[in-house]
Design a protein around this ligand. Structure first.
Ligand code: ACM
Length: 704
């Protein structure tokens, strides 16, 4: 057939014509494969080969383990079946499937390390055909990842639930793919921690870094030094038994747990019980405010190191991981400068400045951490070439410090660019690569020292209720950056799959989507009508909290750990999907020189809804002080819509709008860009593009 076609075609159009057609077909195929990954997988595996057909998934589904096995694998298979049942609503029970009959055969070669290590083999091979599926891995870590891949592949199809036939060979790009949660600034209950570990497993993250002490709280039980948690936590701390449970829970999911005890700064909560550790006189109270504070440990007293030895010795036994995070960030040095005895010590030891004093402290600390068989990791500030090479630099300040450390033989990981609390869109985190910028020019050997990265969830403005929504789904984009090949970087594809994974995470028990409705109902109050509540949703869908570190500067009163988190700014997601989609629609419309009639209609309908929304919401603003706070933003959305409609009217006339009109509109839009109630009106830049396009811009042939 193909040969016939070729011969006829060559006969009629010549070889050159055939070659052209062939190239054209290749081009189409290539553009299809580049545009849309056919599979809803996040992170995208290292190697995917699509097969023909699909594996039907029904209630007879079963799984069997072969090769090496252990209780962790049995529990993993059980959880897998439970999750498959939840996600498909099929009554899939735990059946003791015999190998020959199992739908999914899971083969493991050998055990992984008893205490999970950095750089262990996490690879797996998953083959799905119409007749069954095989998952194979050298050790249980790969199996855990492969089971998640399988779960992501199962979806509805035209004739039932199915997983597509496929051959996947997968392994991570980086060995360290972490999420840090700060339980010090706001205490995060254990069930929240556990469900975030479930979500980490779903996107193949493998390190949970737990920030357990800071100025605002000391969150772990110490049996040797119990006043630490008794006086430093307001009663909100994790017992050692609870910690052991969470460590086991994480290990079951292929996740290492690295504790952080931040010293010598960020340590006020220690001093409430032990003021003798501090460099200033005290007394100390648990800090309620946010920011960088003066209290710091006294690095010149032997008693400080004796205390740290006692404490670290206890914690080193509790936390099995090789790594022990000592913080080390943001010591402002004021207490050191003000303490004569410390100044005298510095002179006597030839320590020229506070950085040298901190390096002295870190050398002593490293010896203690090493004595308890741990490897020390800390934020950028611990980097000093006089420290031994076995410390690891955790960069919150950028690739430059990471590159400098790697060049000098230190291992490192990146968190700059992965701070979830800054409220960046997923695409911005996604574009950050640990081995880019200053790290791009490292030698292969130096690059090996960059272990990966960690997203950070600092907890000034999160609590048990909204933390899931501050982490997810954006964190999944970071998980993909750290797992998938570097070439996987198309934001459109990422967003499409993020949407999918986001709904799957809700099925795992995460609350990042559902919390929002609950919080908005509280804000609206019992008297809100259905129409008023819908108006509140229409408005808040287009808002995002202020970005970066502006939340504190724009607050109506100084925020503290006791400030209620009940406002719209606390409830809405940090990235608005609705606003992103609106902006994509405007871009699409402009790309057609504003000729796409369907897009114009959609825009007009959207603007009309927004224009009329304010009148529906204002009565509720009279009855709820939490809605009243956003009343001005509601008027702004209406104003924005009026400008958008005027732009569409101008475009419909097929005549560029006059410059004077454009100037007036742009100046009105500028006023809408500033924050109000700590909220940004997200569609403003898209409407600005539309105004520019209408006034002789992209609608009239100019390049957008
Ligand atoms: C940090 O953000 N101070 C580590």
């Amino acid at each position: 057939m193909v040969q016939d076609f070729q011969q006829n075609f060559v006969h009629n159009f010549g070889w050159r014509g055939f070659l052209l057609l062939f190239l054209f077909a290749l081009l189409i195929l290539k553009s299809i494969s580049a545009q849309q990954p056919a599979l809803n997988l996040l992170p995208i595996p290292a190697n995917i080969q699509p097969g023909a057909g699909s594996l039907r998934i029904d209630s007879s589904f079963s799984a069997a383990l072969t090769g090496y096995t252990e209780p962790r694998l049995e529990r993993a298979a059980e959880r897998f079946l439970q999750q498959l049942a939840r996600q498909t609503a099929l009554p899939i029970g735990r059946k003791a499937a015999r190998l020959a009959q199992a739908t999914l055969v899971i083969h493991t070669d050998h055990p992984s390390k008893e205490i999970q290590e950095v750089g262990e083999d996490e690879s797996y091979v998953l083959e799905i055909t119409g007749g069954g599926a095989k998952l194979a891995a050298p050790n249980p870590l790969g199996i855990l990842h492969g089971l998640q891949t399988f779960l992501q592949l199962v979806d509805v199809s035209s004739d039932g639930l199915a997983a597509p036939a496929v051959m996947i060979q997968d392994k991570p790009r980086f060995p360290w793919r972490g999420l840090m949660i700060d339980s010090a600034r706001h205490f995060i209950p254990l069930e929240v921690i556990r469900r975030n570990l479930d979500a980490m497993e779903a996107v193949k993250m493998n390190v949970f870094h737990w920030h357990l002490s800071d100025n605002q709280g000391f969150r772990i039980e110490s049996k040797r030094l119990p006043k630490l948690h008794e006086m430093g936590s307001d009663g909100l701390f994790y017992t050692q038994e609870e910690i052991r449970d969470v460590i086991a829970y994480a290990r079951d999911r292929g996740i290492r747990m690295v504790p952080e005890f931040d010293v010598p700064g960020h340590s006020t909560a220690w001093f409430v019980a032990h003021p003798e550790l501090a460099s200033g006189p005290g007394p100390y109270e648990i800090e309620r405010r946010w920011g960088v504070f003066d209290p710091a440990m006294d690095p010149t007293k032997e008693t400080t190191y004796k205390f740290l030895d006692e404490f670290i010795g206890e914690m080193a036994k509790l936390f099995p991981d090789e790594f022990f995070h000592v913080g080390g960030d943001e010591v402002n040095g004021k207490q050191w400068n003000a303490n004569n005895q410390i100044q005298e010590f510095m002179r006597a030891h030839g320590l020229k400045n506070n950085q040298a004093l901190q390096a002295y402290f870190n050398k002593r600390l490293q010896a203690i951490v090493g004595k308890h068989s741990k490897s020390m990791i800390g934020w950028d500030e611990i980097f000093d070439p006089s420290l031994p090479k076995d410390i690891t630099i955790h960069s919150w300040r950028g690739q430059a410090s990471l590159a400098t450390a790697a060049k000098q033989g230190y291992r490192g990981l990146l968190s700059n660019g992965y701070y979830l609390d800054l409220g960046w869109p997923a695409a911005r985190h996604y574009a950050v690569d640990p081995v880019s910028g200053d790290a791009a020019n490292l030698s292969p050997e130096e690059k090996q020292r960059i272990l990966g990265g960690e997203s950070c969830m600092w907890a000034e403005y999160v609590n048990a209720e909204n933390i899931d929504s501050r982490i997810w789904p954006r964190n999944a984009a970071i998980a993909e950056r750290l797992w998938s090949p570097a070439e996987v970087r198309d934001p459109a594809s990422m967003y499409a799959r993020l949407d999918f994974i986001s709904t799957r995470l809700e099925l795992l028990g995460l609350t990042h989507r559902t919390h929002h409705g609950r919080m908005l109902h509280r804000i609206a109050g019992a008297t809100a009508t259905t129409e008023e509540f819908a108006a509140l949703q229409t408005l808040t869908d287009q808002l995002e909290p202020v970005k970066d570190y502006t939340r504190e500067q724009t607050a109506p009163a100084e925020p503290t750990s006791l400030t209620p988190m009940n406002r719209v700014v606390d409830a809405i997601p940090l990235e608005s999907d609705a606003a992103r989609r609106f902006s994509e629609l405007v871009n699409r419309f402009i790309a057609t020189s504003c000729l796409d009639g369907d897009a114009a209609e959609l825009l007009r309908a959207q603007f009309t809804t927004w224009r009329d929304n304010d009148a529906k919401l204002q009565p509720l603003a009279q009855r709820s002080f939490l809605v009243r706070e956003v009343a001005a933003r509601s008027q702004d959305l209406s104003t924005l819509a009026t400008i958008g409609l005027a732009a569409l009217d101008a475009i419909a006339k097929h005549q560029p709008a006059p410059d004077s009109w454009k100037t007036r509109q742009l100046s009105a839009l500028d006023k809408l860009k500033t924050q109000k109630a700590q909220l940004l009106l997200m569609p403003v830049p898209a409407v600005q593009k539309l105004v520019e396009a209408a006034a002789g811009g992209a609608c009239f042939g100019a390049k957008p």
